[in-house]
Design a protein around this ligand. Structure first.
Ligand code: GLY
Length: 329
């Protein structure tokens, strides 16, 4: 497994061979009943009625790769090697079947045997607990990680802001446990407490989130138990590909490099030729993917809502194209 395509197919077929039904991605436009976000932002979002117990899932275990679009970082795209608007979220989902133990065991098997990552460079985080939510530290998750061979010193406890997942408002939610890749001390701040969640450096990259979805967040901020204990996981395909391919930026992975090679051949300006060229390539690659999938799902440019977002990324892409001489676009 080396390419982005192999990673996508590898994860879906791994979970399929372990009893999960593979389902196609839902649209980037959420259905009418889902008013939580403008666009689909996570693999679990189209599956919310199943987690809430309001509809029967097509199978008790599912696996998907979900097209996702996040609007909050549009202006950050291009300035660094990791911000994206459009990306794919790979996931495995259990509706009342396996819970923490199964999710941790599958993730461990996948990273060790399929991705063949160096286990010594994987760290994990677990929810530190939150008195406001009436939750203590997730001791069960800590114990399960230790049992499967994760040394306690590579298990970091983080607060609700980092390790409790919800769709951004009322709905299914739960504490989560995240897998991080350690790029190595040379990329770190070298402080003794440097660990996942470190705000001083970007030594650690989160690439897989295991959500133990057992609560429903109510409008008043309280938690009520869901009918079942469920699992929702989200692996950012492009980030995980950067780990697999040992490149620090998603834009250096094979999927983006193919687009950037095309941009270079059309413009005569290569990625990395200058800071301006790097920025232009990143914006064209990200926004080009985003606008293609938005239009494919029926969004048209306009002055409001989804159409405004599409118009904004088209304008940003055209501006950047001009900076590298692509005036015909
Ligand atoms: N639903 C888990 C995630 O998007 O990270």
């Amino acid at each position: 497994m080396q390419t982005t395509a192999e990673l996508r197919e590898g994860l879906l077929s791994f979970f399929e061979s372990r009893g999960h039904l593979r389902r196609p991605s839902a649209s980037l436009i959420p259905p009418a009943w889902d008013r939580s976000t403008l666009f689909t932002t996570a693999g679990m979002q189209p599956l919310m009625p199943y987690f809430l117990g309001r509809e029967q899932p097509p199978a008790p275990l599912l696996t998907t790769t979900q097209k996702t679009f996040r609007t909050q970082d549009i202006d950050e795209v291009g300035l660094d090697g990791h911000h994206l608007t459009f990306f794919e979220m790979l996931g495995n989902f259990s509706f009342g079947q396996y819970f923490k133990e199964g999710a941790i065991a599958y993730a461990t098997e996948f990273v060790q045997e399929q991705m063949q990552l160096d286990w010594d460079r994987i760290w994990v985080t677990v929810h530190a607990g939150d008195p406001d939510l009436g939750l203590g530290p997730d001791e069960a998750a800590i114990e399960l990680w230790e049992k499967i061979g994760m040394p306690r010193e590579r298990v970091t406890l983080l607060p609700t802001s980092e390790n409790f997942w919800s769709v951004g408002g009322p709905g299914p939610c739960g504490p989560d446990s995240e897998l991080f890749w350690d790029w190595g001390e040379t990329f770190g701040c070298r402080q003794p407490d440097c660990a996942p969640g470190c705000t001083r450096c970007d030594r650690f990259l989160e690439f897989w989130n295991l959500v133990f979805m057992e609560y429903e967040l109510q409008a008043d901020g309280s938690l009520t138990p869901l009918p079942h204990q469920n699992v929702d996981t989200g692996m950012g395909l492009e980030r995980a590909a950067s780990v697999l391919q040992n490149v620090r930026s998603v834009y250096e992975t094979d999927g983006y490099q193919a687009i950037m090679d095309w941009i270079a051949s059309e413009s005569g300006v290569a990625y990395g030729d200058s800071d301006a060229a790097t920025k232009a390539h990143r914006i064209l690659a990200d926004h080009g993917r985003g606008m293609t999938f938005l239009v494919g799902d029926g969004v048209t440019p306009s002055n409001e809502g989804r159409g405004y977002v599409l118009r904004r990324i088209i304008r940003r892409a055209v501006q950047q194209a001009r900076t590298i001489g692509l005036d015909d676009l």
